[in-house]
Design a protein around this ligand. Structure first.
Ligand code: ADP
Ligand code: SF4
Length: 687
């Protein structure tokens, strides 16, 4: 197939200083959770993006010195750090793309626990977060040193093979931005005071980088033009705009966004595709240099529009390139319907924040490209003729059927309900989660192209049905249900008084069960999105809602997906009563008994009903029925019976998709006790 001519514009080459990008698709710097600890998996993953058609592929932030010690990400302190980065650049070049590197000094954002160097900042202040460390004020020799280190890092970046060297002043993560921001910079010398003074270090770093490597490398500036802090911060109507005016022609490329990271990487629950445009859209009118910006863009029509309307020259992407590394190729090959669209959930971000290789809800191959040899687009052809029955069309069953079908196996997918999608279809109807439906939409679309996959809707199978299905392998993907007895993290035994009050679960609320009339207590002992989203839904239905959680904040896990503050703010704004550090300990007629999580002291609050969001339990009766049939399975030719997804162990959607994918990939591998993936061990130094 060939591409639709209306997308030709996206495939024009664009010059960036001394380099030329082959098209307008630009993977902006983003972390992967792999950084310096998993160099080869990280390099291979970046290379896959280049193979998928991104003309520019960047690293995450790369720290340049022990005084700005970013533990989890790549580093370039001196020549010793070149080899892993060179491997990344090589993999990117192998597919004809440009390699970009985002040099950073993190200033007050880091406590430097590895190097034990005292962090520094334009003016003295505590480091970010709650760590008991104070960053000292920089003197002139520190400023000169930062310039020297940055320049040396640029030279080493060129040695490593990079084409684009970034000066980073974004996300409140980088020293030049700390100098820019009035609230961080209280200096009275020529680096403080007026905007021109506060922008001095930024200007110097751009000039230094040009001078060091600008003859052969492009110099990019990544900058936040708004912080969503009003006049306390940089604003796109004020100093954000003035800085762009001031430095308009200095960098070879403007990479513009908003700060901090939780604003820029807003989840779909809190912002639509392209919501940044209203802040960043002005930049292109002030410079002749190319501009890149992000917006969780997945629609090629929208991308063309952005270029036509002179908002952007490059379509920047972090998350859409994670969810589908082959997004550009799919447009180029005239099959945009194959794009696996990012759902905006930020499970990827949680990988960085929890310091593990990144996972993606939509793309189960993320971080597995090298260690398991999972290519996002290529699946190995089937090794024998099998007929596989997948029972349940939630994310696990859909992904298993899709991947097995693409491998060439004969697959039957049976679903009890009329709709495919399982939990995803139901959760997508909760407030703010509509984009989650993309998990099912993409898979259902792909299944429609596979003549070797048959789908049976409204087919609730029994063990006898399975035995009669004439298949050789059975995968049970029947999902899970929320418990209705309060058992979970804090309660190992059912709650007292379950018969004294109507009790509901998230499943009941999602299935539109009749809601109670009086006040409702939502007990969240799950701590991801469900408790908060159920409280939101009930409150929007005009019920009086009290959210009770033993944690010290609402939806505590969402700190890692950058959503927590917004979730809590939304619930407060909606008028949900929030009781943190509180356990639900018993139910009475018209009252819920709650206890302080620290002292155990109890009291009662009015409640007509309780929604218990504690844990899910596998819906695995069919699996056990079948497993109990023993020899009857082999007698009908079934050689393998497995559980996948939530039917095996309930978890997040990403885990269910991954489980289905793994089953499809490993179906024909022999059982083995060997570790199932490659590891990259450190080479021991001589002592
Ligand atoms: P997962 O997240 O593991 O994919 P879900 O709960 O999303 O699990 O999906 C499970 C799906 O399995 C649901 O759509 C449910 O209707 C279906 N299902 C459950 N039991 C049966 C059964 N016996 N036969 C067919 N489908 C079933
Ligand atoms: Fe998008 Fe979620 Fe994947 Fe991140 S994890 S890339 S937000 S689908």
């Amino acid at each position: 197939m060939t591409r639709d001519p209306r997308f030709d514009l996206l495939f024009e080459p664009v010059r960036i200083g001394p380099k030329t990008a082959r098209n307008r698709f630009f993977q902006v710097p983003h972390c992967t959770g792999m950084g310096r600890w998993w160099p080869t998996p990280s390099a291979v993953s970046r290379g896959i993006k280049a193979e998928g058609g991104w003309a520019v592929v960047c690293t995450e932030q790369c720290d340049i010195h022990p005084t700005g010690n970013v533990l989890r990400q790549v580093r370039l302190w001196d020549e010793q750090d070149i080899p892993p980065l060179a491997r990344t650049a090589e993999r990117i070049h192998a597919h004809g793309s440009l390699a970009g590197i985002e040099l950073v000094h993190n200033g007050y954002k880091m406590a430097n626990f590895e190097s034990r160097e005292i962090p520094f900042a334009p003016s003295a202040r505590p480091v970010y977060g709650i760590l008991p460390v104070t960053a000292r004020a920089m003197d002139k020799s520190d400023i000169r040193a930062v310039r020297r280190w940055h320049r040396q890092a640029a030279l080493n970046a060129r040695k490593a093979g990079f084409d684009i060297v970034y000066v980073y002043a974004g996300h409140d993560l980088a020293l030049p931005m700390h100098f820019l921001a009035r609230r961080h910079n209280h200096r009275t010398d020529e680096y403080g005071g007026s905007l021109e003074n506060r922008a001095r270090l930024l200007r110097e770093l751009i000039e230094d980088t040009h001078e060091a490597v600008g003859d052969t490398c492009a110099v990019a500036l990544r900058i936040a033009v708004d912080e969503l802090l009003g006049t306390d911060g940089i604003t796109s109507g004020g100093e954000g705009r003035e800085v762009v005016e001031m430095l308009a022609e200095l960098p070879d490329l403007w990479d513009v966004n908003i700060s901090a990271w939780e604003n820029d990487s807003l989840t779909a629950r809190f912002g639509d595709e392209g919501f940044q445009e209203r802040y960043t859209g002005f930049v292109k009118s002030l410079t002749t240099k190319p501009v890149v910006g992000v917006g969780r863009y997945t629609s090629p029509d929208r991308m063309v529009d952005l270029v036509r309307k002179k908002v952007l020259d490059f379509i920047g992407a972090a998350r859409p390139s994670i969810a589908d590394p082959f997004l550009p190729k799919k447009i180029e090959e005239g099959r945009p319907e194959d794009i696996r669209e990012c759902i905006g959930c930020n499970i990827c971000v949680s990988g960085n924040n929890l310091a593990h290789p990144m996972r993606c809800t939509q793309n189960p191959t993320m971080s597995e490209e090298w260690r398991r040899d999972w290519h996002p687009e290529r699946l190995p052809a089937r090794t024998r003729d099998e007929k596989i029955l997948v029972v349940g069309a939630g994310p696990a069953g859909l992904e298993a059927a899709r991947a097995l079908g693409q491998r060439g196996y004969r697959v039957s997918l049976a679903e009890a309900g009329r709709n495919l999608g399982g939990r995803v279809g139901r959760e997508a109807r909760l407030p703010g989660l509509a984009t989650w439906g993309r998990v099912q939409d993409w898979r259902v679309g792909q299944l429609g192209k596979l003549p070797n996959v048959e789908i049976y809707r409204e087919s609730r199978l029994t063990a006898d049905d399975v035995l009669a299905a004439e298949c050789t392998v059975v995968a049970i993907a029947t999902g899970a249900r929320w418990r209705a007895d309060g058992v979970g993290r804090h309660h190992s035994f059912p709650l007292a008084g379950l018969d004294r009050m109507p009790v509901m679960t998230p499943d009941d609320v999602m299935d539109d069960a009749a809601l109670p009339r009086g006040p409702v207590v939502v007990y969240d002992d799950d701590h991801y999105y469900m408790g908060g989203v159920i409280a939101e839904k009930l409150r929007r239905a005009r019920l009086a809602v009290t959210l009770v959680t033993p944690e010290s904040m609402v939806s505590a896990f969402t700190q890692y997906t950058l959503e927590q503050a917004r979730i809590q703010a939304r619930l407060i704004e909606l008028g949900v009563t929030i009781l943190t550090a509180t356990e639900l300990v018993g139910l009475h007629a018209g009252e819920a008994e709650i206890a302080c999580a620290y002292t155990g002291r109890t009291r009662r609050i009015a409640a007509a009903a309780a929604v218990l969001v504690t844990m899910q339990t596998p819906d695995d009766a069919l699996f056990h029925d079948l497993a109990a049939r023993g020899d009857a399975l082999s007698a009908v030719g079934i050689r393998k019976l497995v559980r996948i997804g939530d039917a095996l162990a309930p978890g997040i959607i990403a885990a269910a998709v991954w489980s289905g994918h793994r089953f499809a990939r490993e179906l024909d591998l022999p059982e083995s006790d060997a570790v199932g993936f490659r590891r990259e061990n450190v080479a021991l130094a001589a002592i």
